[in-house]
Design a protein around this ligand. Structure first.
Ligand SMILES: *Cc1c(COP(=O)(O)O)cnc(C)c1O
Length: 382
Protein backbone atom coordinates (compact mmCIF):
# COMPACT_ATOMS: atom_id res chain seq x y z
CA UNK A 1 0.00 0.00 0.00
CA UNK A 2 1.30 3.44 -0.93
CA UNK A 3 1.37 5.40 2.31
CA UNK A 4 2.52 8.98 2.71
CA UNK A 5 6.03 9.58 3.98
CA UNK A 6 4.76 10.57 7.47
CA UNK A 7 2.88 7.29 7.80
CA UNK A 8 5.75 5.24 6.43
CA UNK A 9 7.99 6.62 9.20
CA UNK A 10 5.66 5.04 11.79
CA UNK A 11 4.07 2.01 10.22
CA UNK A 12 7.28 0.48 9.15
CA UNK A 13 6.34 -1.87 6.39
CA UNK A 14 8.28 -5.05 6.94
CA UNK A 15 6.97 -6.05 10.35
CA UNK A 16 4.07 -8.03 8.90
CA UNK A 17 5.65 -11.47 8.89
CA UNK A 18 7.57 -11.16 12.14
CA UNK A 19 6.55 -11.30 15.76
CA UNK A 20 2.81 -11.10 15.24
CA UNK A 21 2.45 -13.40 18.19
CA UNK A 22 2.43 -10.78 20.95
CA UNK A 23 1.26 -7.80 18.95
CA UNK A 24 4.23 -5.64 19.94
CA UNK A 25 3.77 -2.10 18.63
CA UNK A 26 7.46 -1.34 19.00
CA UNK A 27 9.58 -3.67 16.89
CA UNK A 28 11.54 -6.14 19.11
CA UNK A 29 15.30 -5.93 19.53
CA UNK A 30 16.77 -9.26 18.43
CA UNK A 31 19.87 -9.02 20.56
CA UNK A 32 21.44 -12.22 19.26
CA UNK A 33 24.61 -12.94 17.34
CA UNK A 34 23.41 -16.19 15.82
CA UNK A 35 20.29 -18.27 15.05
CA UNK A 36 19.62 -22.00 15.48
CA UNK A 37 18.98 -24.10 12.40
CA UNK A 38 16.00 -26.41 12.34
CA UNK A 39 17.97 -28.99 10.40
CA UNK A 40 20.73 -29.35 7.84
CA UNK A 41 20.11 -26.92 5.02
CA UNK A 42 17.14 -25.38 6.83
CA UNK A 43 17.32 -21.73 7.79
CA UNK A 44 14.76 -19.50 9.45
CA UNK A 45 16.01 -16.85 7.04
CA UNK A 46 18.41 -15.67 9.74
CA UNK A 47 21.74 -17.39 10.25
CA UNK A 48 24.20 -14.95 11.77
CA UNK A 49 23.67 -11.29 12.66
CA UNK A 50 26.45 -9.92 10.47
CA UNK A 51 24.46 -11.26 7.50
CA UNK A 52 20.87 -10.70 8.65
CA UNK A 53 19.21 -9.60 11.84
CA UNK A 54 15.45 -9.00 12.08
CA UNK A 55 15.74 -5.64 13.85
CA UNK A 56 18.31 -4.35 11.38
CA UNK A 57 16.25 -5.73 8.51
CA UNK A 58 13.20 -3.87 9.73
CA UNK A 59 15.22 -0.66 9.72
CA UNK A 60 16.69 -1.40 6.29
CA UNK A 61 13.26 -1.98 4.79
CA UNK A 62 12.02 1.24 6.31
CA UNK A 63 14.90 3.28 4.91
CA UNK A 64 14.62 1.58 1.50
CA UNK A 65 10.96 2.49 1.39
CA UNK A 66 11.55 6.12 2.47
CA UNK A 67 14.30 6.51 -0.16
CA UNK A 68 12.21 4.74 -2.86
CA UNK A 69 14.88 2.08 -3.30
CA UNK A 70 14.70 -1.71 -3.44
CA UNK A 71 17.38 -2.32 -0.84
CA UNK A 72 18.98 -0.35 1.98
CA UNK A 73 21.87 -1.61 4.10
CA UNK A 74 22.44 -0.39 7.66
CA UNK A 75 26.12 0.16 8.46
CA UNK A 76 27.78 0.97 11.76
CA UNK A 77 28.58 4.52 10.55
CA UNK A 78 28.13 6.81 7.59
CA UNK A 79 31.82 6.47 6.81
CA UNK A 80 31.67 2.67 6.73
CA UNK A 81 28.76 2.94 4.27
CA UNK A 82 30.77 5.28 2.02
CA UNK A 83 33.89 3.08 2.37
CA UNK A 84 31.79 0.08 1.28
CA UNK A 85 30.61 1.97 -1.81
CA UNK A 86 34.26 2.68 -2.68
CA UNK A 87 34.85 -1.11 -2.67
CA UNK A 88 32.84 -1.21 -5.90
CA UNK A 89 35.90 0.25 -7.65
CA UNK A 90 39.28 -1.24 -8.55
CA UNK A 91 42.77 0.17 -9.11
CA UNK A 92 42.83 2.45 -12.15
CA UNK A 93 39.20 3.52 -11.79
CA UNK A 94 38.52 7.25 -11.79
CA UNK A 95 35.84 9.04 -9.78
CA UNK A 96 34.68 12.64 -10.22
CA UNK A 97 33.79 14.02 -6.80
CA UNK A 98 32.44 17.38 -5.79
CA UNK A 99 35.01 19.85 -4.44
CA UNK A 100 32.87 20.59 -1.38
CA UNK A 101 32.13 17.43 0.59
CA UNK A 102 31.94 16.17 4.15
CA UNK A 103 35.55 16.29 5.46
CA UNK A 104 35.55 12.60 6.37
CA UNK A 105 34.67 11.66 2.80
CA UNK A 106 37.54 13.79 1.49
CA UNK A 107 39.90 12.05 3.95
CA UNK A 108 38.64 8.62 2.86
CA UNK A 109 39.15 9.43 -0.83
CA UNK A 110 42.58 11.04 -0.39
CA UNK A 111 44.11 8.78 2.24
CA UNK A 112 42.57 5.39 1.56
CA UNK A 113 40.92 5.14 -1.86
CA UNK A 114 43.89 6.81 -3.60
CA UNK A 115 46.31 4.44 -1.87
CA UNK A 116 44.16 1.63 -3.31
CA UNK A 117 44.68 2.97 -6.82
CA UNK A 118 41.48 4.92 -7.37
CA UNK A 119 42.00 8.40 -8.83
CA UNK A 120 39.82 11.45 -8.30
CA UNK A 121 38.99 14.70 -10.01
CA UNK A 122 37.40 17.27 -7.74
CA UNK A 123 35.22 20.03 -9.16
CA UNK A 124 32.34 22.29 -8.21
CA UNK A 125 29.66 20.17 -9.83
CA UNK A 126 26.95 22.69 -9.00
CA UNK A 127 28.43 25.05 -11.60
CA UNK A 128 31.13 23.36 -13.69
CA UNK A 129 30.45 21.01 -16.60
CA UNK A 130 31.28 17.53 -15.32
CA UNK A 131 31.97 16.29 -18.85
CA UNK A 132 35.33 18.07 -19.05
CA UNK A 133 36.59 15.74 -16.29
CA UNK A 134 35.57 12.48 -17.95
CA UNK A 135 38.31 10.02 -18.81
CA UNK A 136 38.07 6.53 -20.27
CA UNK A 137 38.50 5.18 -16.74
CA UNK A 138 35.77 7.26 -15.11
CA UNK A 139 33.34 5.02 -13.26
CA UNK A 140 31.35 7.31 -11.00
CA UNK A 141 30.30 10.79 -9.94
CA UNK A 142 30.05 11.47 -6.21
CA UNK A 143 28.11 14.44 -4.84
CA UNK A 144 26.28 15.96 -1.91
CA UNK A 145 23.49 18.47 -2.49
CA UNK A 146 23.36 20.85 -0.74
CA UNK A 147 27.07 20.47 -0.03
CA UNK A 148 28.75 20.53 3.35
CA UNK A 149 29.36 23.26 4.43
CA UNK A 150 29.04 25.70 1.52
CA UNK A 151 25.48 24.64 0.60
CA UNK A 152 25.96 24.49 -3.18
CA UNK A 153 22.96 22.93 -4.88
CA UNK A 154 23.57 20.51 -7.74
CA UNK A 155 21.03 19.41 -10.33
CA UNK A 156 20.70 15.69 -9.62
CA UNK A 157 18.53 14.92 -12.66
CA UNK A 158 20.88 16.67 -15.08
CA UNK A 159 23.92 14.93 -13.62
CA UNK A 160 22.15 11.57 -13.74
CA UNK A 161 21.48 11.99 -17.47
CA UNK A 162 25.19 12.58 -18.10
CA UNK A 163 26.06 9.65 -15.83
CA UNK A 164 23.70 7.36 -17.73
CA UNK A 165 25.00 8.46 -21.12
CA UNK A 166 28.54 7.51 -20.05
CA UNK A 167 27.65 4.39 -17.99
CA UNK A 168 28.77 5.97 -14.74
CA UNK A 169 27.30 5.51 -11.30
CA UNK A 170 25.85 8.62 -9.72
CA UNK A 171 26.34 8.43 -5.96
CA UNK A 172 24.55 11.00 -3.78
CA UNK A 173 25.18 11.59 -0.09
CA UNK A 174 21.67 12.61 0.99
CA UNK A 175 22.47 13.15 4.68
CA UNK A 176 21.66 16.88 4.73
CA UNK A 177 18.16 16.49 3.28
CA UNK A 178 17.10 13.10 4.64
CA UNK A 179 14.58 11.10 2.61
CA UNK A 180 11.87 13.32 4.02
CA UNK A 181 12.95 16.25 1.85
CA UNK A 182 14.76 14.64 -1.08
CA UNK A 183 14.87 11.30 -2.92
CA UNK A 184 17.87 11.21 -5.28
CA UNK A 185 17.03 7.72 -6.60
CA UNK A 186 13.79 9.12 -8.05
CA UNK A 187 15.86 11.80 -9.79
CA UNK A 188 18.09 9.19 -11.43
CA UNK A 189 20.87 8.59 -8.88
CA UNK A 190 22.17 5.01 -8.63
CA UNK A 191 23.28 4.91 -5.00
CA UNK A 192 22.24 7.05 -2.05
CA UNK A 193 24.40 7.13 1.06
CA UNK A 194 23.46 8.50 4.46
CA UNK A 195 25.06 9.23 7.73
CA UNK A 196 22.17 7.81 9.75
CA UNK A 197 23.81 9.50 12.72
CA UNK A 198 22.22 12.73 11.54
CA UNK A 199 18.53 13.28 10.64
CA UNK A 200 17.47 9.64 10.29
CA UNK A 201 18.31 8.79 13.88
CA UNK A 202 18.03 12.43 14.85
CA UNK A 203 18.76 12.32 18.57
CA UNK A 204 22.56 12.68 18.73
CA UNK A 205 22.84 9.27 20.38
CA UNK A 206 23.78 6.75 17.66
CA UNK A 207 26.42 6.44 14.93
CA UNK A 208 24.94 4.74 11.85
CA UNK A 209 25.08 4.78 8.04
CA UNK A 210 23.15 3.56 5.01
CA UNK A 211 23.50 2.72 1.37
CA UNK A 212 20.32 2.57 -0.71
CA UNK A 213 19.87 1.56 -4.32
CA UNK A 214 17.03 0.86 -6.73
CA UNK A 215 19.10 -1.52 -8.86
CA UNK A 216 19.14 -5.26 -8.22
CA UNK A 217 22.69 -5.90 -9.40
CA UNK A 218 24.11 -3.02 -7.35
CA UNK A 219 22.10 -4.13 -4.34
CA UNK A 220 23.66 -7.60 -4.57
CA UNK A 221 27.19 -6.21 -4.95
CA UNK A 222 26.76 -3.93 -1.94
CA UNK A 223 25.25 -6.76 0.15
CA UNK A 224 28.27 -8.90 -0.70
CA UNK A 225 30.71 -6.15 0.34
CA UNK A 226 28.68 -5.56 3.52
CA UNK A 227 28.64 -9.16 4.66
CA UNK A 228 32.30 -9.61 3.74
CA UNK A 229 33.74 -6.47 5.31
CA UNK A 230 31.28 -6.58 8.19
CA UNK A 231 30.55 -3.03 9.40
CA UNK A 232 27.00 -3.97 10.37
CA UNK A 233 24.73 -1.88 12.59
CA UNK A 234 24.08 -3.57 15.95
CA UNK A 235 20.52 -4.65 16.87
CA UNK A 236 20.09 -2.10 19.65
CA UNK A 237 21.40 0.77 17.51
CA UNK A 238 19.11 -0.40 14.70
CA UNK A 239 16.19 -0.15 17.10
CA UNK A 240 17.21 3.35 18.19
CA UNK A 241 17.30 4.51 14.57
CA UNK A 242 13.91 2.88 13.91
CA UNK A 243 12.57 4.77 16.88
CA UNK A 244 14.20 8.00 15.69
CA UNK A 245 12.63 7.66 12.25
CA UNK A 246 9.15 7.58 13.79
CA UNK A 247 9.40 11.35 14.28
CA UNK A 248 11.46 12.17 11.16
CA UNK A 249 8.67 14.17 9.52
CA UNK A 250 7.93 16.26 12.62
CA UNK A 251 11.60 16.87 13.36
CA UNK A 252 12.45 17.90 9.79
CA UNK A 253 9.55 20.36 9.61
CA UNK A 254 10.34 21.97 12.96
CA UNK A 255 14.12 22.11 12.34
CA UNK A 256 13.49 23.71 8.95
CA UNK A 257 11.10 26.26 10.45
CA UNK A 258 13.78 27.18 13.01
CA UNK A 259 16.44 27.39 10.28
CA UNK A 260 14.31 29.81 8.26
CA UNK A 261 13.88 32.05 11.31
CA UNK A 262 17.59 31.99 12.16
CA UNK A 263 18.63 32.60 8.55
CA UNK A 264 16.34 35.62 8.31
CA UNK A 265 17.67 36.96 11.59
CA UNK A 266 21.29 36.45 10.50
CA UNK A 267 20.61 38.22 7.18
CA UNK A 268 19.60 41.32 9.10
CA UNK A 269 22.69 41.31 11.30
CA UNK A 270 25.38 43.90 10.54
CA UNK A 271 28.36 41.73 11.59
CA UNK A 272 27.22 38.90 9.29
CA UNK A 273 28.77 39.27 5.85
CA UNK A 274 27.05 36.28 4.22
CA UNK A 275 24.21 33.86 5.00
CA UNK A 276 24.12 30.67 2.97
CA UNK A 277 20.77 28.90 3.39
CA UNK A 278 18.95 27.45 0.37
CA UNK A 279 15.59 28.45 1.84
CA UNK A 280 16.47 32.13 1.32
CA UNK A 281 15.42 33.58 -2.03
CA UNK A 282 18.94 35.09 -2.19
CA UNK A 283 20.51 31.60 -2.44
CA UNK A 284 21.57 30.71 -6.01
CA UNK A 285 20.22 27.16 -5.60
CA UNK A 286 16.83 28.22 -4.23
CA UNK A 287 14.81 27.64 -7.42
CA UNK A 288 16.56 24.36 -8.24
CA UNK A 289 15.84 23.05 -4.76
CA UNK A 290 12.18 23.88 -5.17
CA UNK A 291 12.20 21.57 -8.19
CA UNK A 292 14.20 18.62 -6.87
CA UNK A 293 13.42 18.69 -3.13
CA UNK A 294 10.40 19.08 -0.89
CA UNK A 295 12.19 21.40 1.51
CA UNK A 296 15.41 23.29 2.15
CA UNK A 297 16.64 21.51 5.24
CA UNK A 298 17.95 22.97 8.46
CA UNK A 299 21.64 23.65 7.84
CA UNK A 300 22.81 27.24 7.75
CA UNK A 301 26.33 28.39 6.93
CA UNK A 302 27.24 32.00 7.60
CA UNK A 303 30.25 34.24 7.50
CA UNK A 304 31.00 36.90 10.10
CA UNK A 305 33.18 39.98 9.74
CA UNK A 306 36.21 38.61 11.59
CA UNK A 307 37.63 35.33 12.82
CA UNK A 308 37.79 36.89 16.30
CA UNK A 309 34.01 37.31 16.21
CA UNK A 310 33.56 33.74 14.98
CA UNK A 311 35.59 32.46 17.93
CA UNK A 312 33.81 34.74 20.35
CA UNK A 313 30.40 33.46 19.21
CA UNK A 314 31.56 29.89 19.73
CA UNK A 315 32.64 30.64 23.28
CA UNK A 316 29.51 32.62 24.15
CA UNK A 317 26.67 30.38 22.94
CA UNK A 318 24.87 28.69 25.82
CA UNK A 319 21.75 26.91 24.61
CA UNK A 320 23.27 26.29 21.19
CA UNK A 321 26.14 23.90 21.71
CA UNK A 322 29.55 24.09 20.10
CA UNK A 323 29.87 20.57 18.74
CA UNK A 324 30.55 18.65 15.59
CA UNK A 325 27.63 16.85 13.92
CA UNK A 326 24.18 17.90 12.79
CA UNK A 327 20.65 16.70 12.22
CA UNK A 328 19.68 16.07 15.82
CA UNK A 329 17.03 17.46 18.14
CA UNK A 330 19.58 19.85 19.71
CA UNK A 331 20.90 22.90 17.84
CA UNK A 332 24.64 22.70 17.25
CA UNK A 333 27.15 25.21 15.96
CA UNK A 334 30.35 24.07 14.23
CA UNK A 335 33.57 25.73 13.14
CA UNK A 336 34.32 23.84 9.90
CA UNK A 337 37.91 25.14 9.57
CA UNK A 338 39.03 23.41 12.79
CA UNK A 339 36.38 20.70 13.15
CA UNK A 340 34.57 18.91 10.31
CA UNK A 341 37.01 20.08 7.64
CA UNK A 342 40.27 20.20 9.62
CA UNK A 343 41.70 17.35 7.54
CA UNK A 344 40.95 19.03 4.24
CA UNK A 345 44.22 20.69 3.16
CA UNK A 346 44.12 24.43 3.97
CA UNK A 347 44.67 25.52 0.37
CA UNK A 348 41.76 23.38 -0.81
CA UNK A 349 39.63 24.60 2.09
CA UNK A 350 40.18 28.25 1.29
CA UNK A 351 39.61 27.71 -2.41
CA UNK A 352 36.08 26.49 -1.68
CA UNK A 353 35.52 29.30 0.80
CA UNK A 354 35.82 27.56 4.17
CA UNK A 355 37.66 30.41 5.88
CA UNK A 356 38.08 30.98 9.61
CA UNK A 357 35.13 33.40 9.45
CA UNK A 358 32.68 30.64 8.47
CA UNK A 359 30.33 29.06 11.00
CA UNK A 360 27.71 26.37 10.46
CA UNK A 361 24.51 25.86 12.43
CA UNK A 362 22.33 22.77 12.45
CA UNK A 363 19.03 23.86 13.93
CA UNK A 364 17.25 21.48 16.24
CA UNK A 365 13.69 21.53 17.44
CA UNK A 366 13.89 23.97 20.36
CA UNK A 367 11.68 27.05 20.54
CA UNK A 368 12.94 29.50 17.89
CA UNK A 369 12.82 32.49 20.25
CA UNK A 370 15.20 30.77 22.66
CA UNK A 371 17.68 30.12 19.85
CA UNK A 372 17.42 33.73 18.65
CA UNK A 373 17.99 35.07 22.16
CA UNK A 374 21.04 32.87 22.57
CA UNK A 375 22.50 34.05 19.25
CA UNK A 376 21.72 37.66 20.10
CA UNK A 377 23.76 37.49 23.32
CA UNK A 378 26.53 35.47 21.61
CA UNK A 379 27.03 38.25 19.06
CA UNK A 380 27.65 40.81 21.77
CA UNK A 381 31.37 41.34 22.07
CA UNK A 382 32.73 41.90 25.51
C1 LIG B 1 28.45 12.90 9.28
C2 LIG B 1 28.48 12.77 7.82
C3 LIG B 1 29.08 11.66 7.22
C4 LIG B 1 29.79 10.57 8.00
O1 LIG B 1 28.90 9.86 8.79
P1 LIG B 1 29.30 9.18 10.21
O2 LIG B 1 27.99 8.61 10.64
O3 LIG B 1 29.80 10.26 11.08
O4 LIG B 1 30.33 8.15 9.93
C5 LIG B 1 29.03 11.58 5.82
N1 LIG B 1 28.44 12.53 5.08
C6 LIG B 1 27.87 13.62 5.65
C7 LIG B 1 27.23 14.63 4.77
C8 LIG B 1 27.87 13.78 7.02
O5 LIG B 1 27.31 14.86 7.56
Amino acid sequence: MAYTVETKCLHQEASDNIEKAYGAISFPIYQTATFAHRGVGESTGYDYSRLQNPTREQLEKTVASLEKGIDAIAFSSGMSAIAAVMELFRPGDHVIADADLYGGSVRLFQKISEKNGITFSRADLSSEDVQQYLTENTKAIYIETPTNPMMHVTDIRKLSEIAKAHHLLLIVDNTFMSPYFQNPLELGADIVVHSGTKYLNGHNDVIAGFTVTADQELAEKLRFIFKTTGACLAPFDSWLVLRGIKTLALRMEKAQENAMKLANWLEGKKQVTRVIYPGLASHPGHELMKKQSRGFGAMITFEVESSALARSILSRVKLIQFAESLGGTETLITYPATQTHADVPQEEREKIGITDRILRISTGIEGAEDLLKDLEQAFETA
